[in-house]
Structure formats: C-alpha cells, structure tokens
Design a protein around this ligand. Structure first.
Ligand SMILES: CC(C)(COP(=O)(O)OP(=O)(O)OC[C@H]1O[C@@H](n2cnc3c(N)ncnc32)[C@H](O)[C@@H]1OP(=O)(O)O)[C@@H](O)C(=O)NCCC(=O)NCCS
Length: 315
C-alpha cells in the first residue's frame, strides 16, 4: 500500500471510491452526498484539491483532502472503502491523516487546523490528532423524524417577537447575531469563524451560497425579530441534505433573549415548513458540552444517531 498525492489522479480513478462513500453517507446519516462528490471530482480533475490517496495494485481505496482558508487548514474528508480487502482499515485512515496533518502543520502561514469527520465514530480516528496536539470535542449528530416536533411549542411567544422567513437582506444582521451568540461559547473554539463579524459572514456565505453542506433551503430558514426595535435577535438556517431531509446548519438566539421559548419557536417554524413540504427527517449536530442546546433538542425528541469528534489544533 502506498500513500500518494491526490493531484496525481483524476475523477476516473476516484469515482468508484466516491460511489462507495455516497452509499455510506446515505446509510449512516440519511445524507445525499452526490452533490459534494461531484464537487470533489471536479476539483480533482482541476488538480486543485490538496490531499492524499491510498493505493493498492493501482487502485485507490482511500483518500483524505483538506482546504486552505487563509491561515487555517480544514480537513474536509477522510474515507476508506469498507469492501477493500484490508486487515486493518483504521491503519490506512491513520496513515492518510498523518500525511494530511503533517502537510498542514508544515505549511507556511498555517496556524490553525480544524476537522469534523461525521462518518467516523468518536475515538476511532483520534490517535493521529491527539498525538499531534489537537484538542478534541465530542459532537452529536441528532435526528427527529418530523413527527410532532413544533406542533405545539411549550411557551407562548412574547408579543414583541415575530418569526419570519429568512431573506437575503438579513445577511449582515444575521452575522452580527451569530458573532454575539457565540462569544465565549465552546463552538467558537471549534469554528473560529464565529469569533468575528467577517468570519460569521464567511460562514453564512459558505452555508447559503455553496453546496458543501447540502443545499441551502431559504423556505425553511427563519429569523426572530424584535418588532419594536425591528432587529434580528435569533435565526435558524436549514439546508436540504436529501430530497426529504432537512439539516439545521445554524440556530442561535442573542443571550438576553434566551429561555423565552424563541429557540423552540424557530425549530418549530422550520419543522412545520418541512412537514408541509413532505420532508420526513430533520437533523442537526451539536457539541456535547453545549448542554443547554442538547437539553432543548432532547425535549423536542431529537435522538442521538451518531457521536463524532471535532478536532482543533493551534500552532
Ligand atoms: C440553543 C439556543 C438557540 C436556545 O435558544 P432559546 O431561545 O434559549 O431556547 P428556548 O427558550 O426555546 O429553550 C431554552 C430553555 O428555556 C426554557 N424556557 C423557554 N421559555 C420558558 C418559559 N417561559 N418558562 C420557563 N422555561 C422556559 C425551555 O424549556 C428550555 O429548557 P429545556 O432545554 O430544559 O427544555 C440558545 O441557547 C443559543 O443561541 N445558544 C448559543 C448558540 C448555540 O448554542 N446554538 C446551538 C448550536 S447547536
């Protein structure tokens, strides 16, 4: 087995591996990965995707890639085919990760590395990260079959608060709400975009304009507005990750408005909209330490489907 630079290969070499990966995303997360897979294959053909491939007898059976975002490297994916005749697939995963981590740590100007590998159960690929000084945060992938969620929120909404559909004009104010909501929050250790207004705008841009995390679904995305002051005080963003599955990519409420039921009303608005459009599942991810959010989701009958890790390194 050899580990080679991904840029030596083309989409023809990688397609069958990615088809396997599409099946795994579908089975484990009810996620249609074909849009992401197409994007990866286009980048591979353009020779602009940095990463590594695991090769045996001329065939790729595993790969990992990363992207540069300013002074940060983000590990985008790691996948080793299940059907490969490997005595120890985890050994291959570790080797791919070691190559990626070393490359990033040695890249001039890279001071931070982030990674969230949803397909990998917590602990399974942690060794190379922990050996290289990464911090680890457990995250939960939660799902709710859109049964009763949101049909009757527990608390009446304050009369000053209105929930309305997301609009393009909400961009700037939404970025400000995100930055304030995550000040001192564990999620801003995991994703440093939350720490500044410009970072939150980049986060929004990635979610709304790029198909990396499903396709943004403006119909099921909402903002909470204070009617008097007319400013946005909370928001929920949802993407379509399969024809009938919505995924909450962001939900937050300004600190001074919390514990008034606004978070629940936002989730209810999204769930109602998806139900009306015959979606069958709503999913989200949450950091285990974020007990306030986890509690809320459990009350709404979300269940933990997977536990995975977020890793962060700062050099
Ligand atoms: C998570 C978050 C969005 C929740 O928003 P929120 O508006 O406080 O949510 P709610 O008010 O609906 O629910 C919070 C708690 O207040 C309670 N509550 C709400 N209104 C209440 C009322 N009138 N009387 C008593 N309790 C009330 C709810 O029961 C809930 O408690 P529970 O979790 O034990 O069920 C908010 O805490 C936040 O923005 N956090 C920072 C960002 C974040 O963590 N986002 C989630 C990332 S996955």
């Amino acid at each position: 087995m050899e580990i080679l630079d991904l840029r030596h290969f083309s989409s023809v070499d990688l397609r069958s591996l990615l088809n396997d990966e599409i099946h795994v995303w579908s089975r484990m997360l009810s996620w249609d990965y074909s849009g992401s897979s197409d994007m990866i294959l286009r980048y591979v053909d353009a020779k602009i995707l940095p990463g590594y491939a695991a090769i045996d007898r001329g065939q790729i059976f595993g790969y990992a890639f990363f992207v540069y975002e300013g002074s940060k490297g983000v590990i985008g994916d790691l996948f080793v085919a299940n059907g490969a005749r490997l005595p120890n697939p985890q050994e291959v995963e570790s080797r791919l990760l070691m190559h990626v981590i070393e490359t990033l740590q040695q890249s001039p100007g890279i001071h931070r590395i982030e990674s969230q590998l949803l397909l990998h159960q917590t602990g399974v690929v942690s060794r190379p990260f922990l050996e290289q000084g990464f911090h680890r945060h457990r995250r939960l992938f939660m799902v709710e079959p859109l049964g009763n969620i949101g049909k009757s929120p527990r608390y009446a909404l304050d009369k000053d608060i209105q929930i309305r559909r997301w609009s393009e004009q909400d961009y700037q104010t939404a970025a400000a709400v995100i930055t304030t909501s995550y000040r001192g929050h564990v999620d801003s250790q995991i994703n440093d975009q939350y720490r500044s207004l410009s970072g939150s705008l980049r986060f929004l841009n990635n979610i709304v304009r790029f198909p990396g995390c499903g396709t943004f679904d403006s119909d099921s995305s909402f903002v909470a507005v204070h009617k008097g002051a007319r400013n946005v005080i909370g928001l929920i963003l949802c993407s379509r990750v399969r024809h009938d599955v919505g995924h909450v990519t962001q939900v937050c409420v300004l600190p001074e408005y919390r514990s008034h039921g606004i978070g629940e009303w936002l989730l209810a608005a999204t769930a109602d909209n998806l139900r009306e459009r015959n979606f069958s599942i709503l999913s989200l991810t949450v950091t285990e330490e974020n007990t306030r959010a986890v509690e809320l989701y459990r009350h709404l009958e979300f269940e933990v489907k997977r536990v995975f890790d977020a890793f962060v390194w700062e050099g």
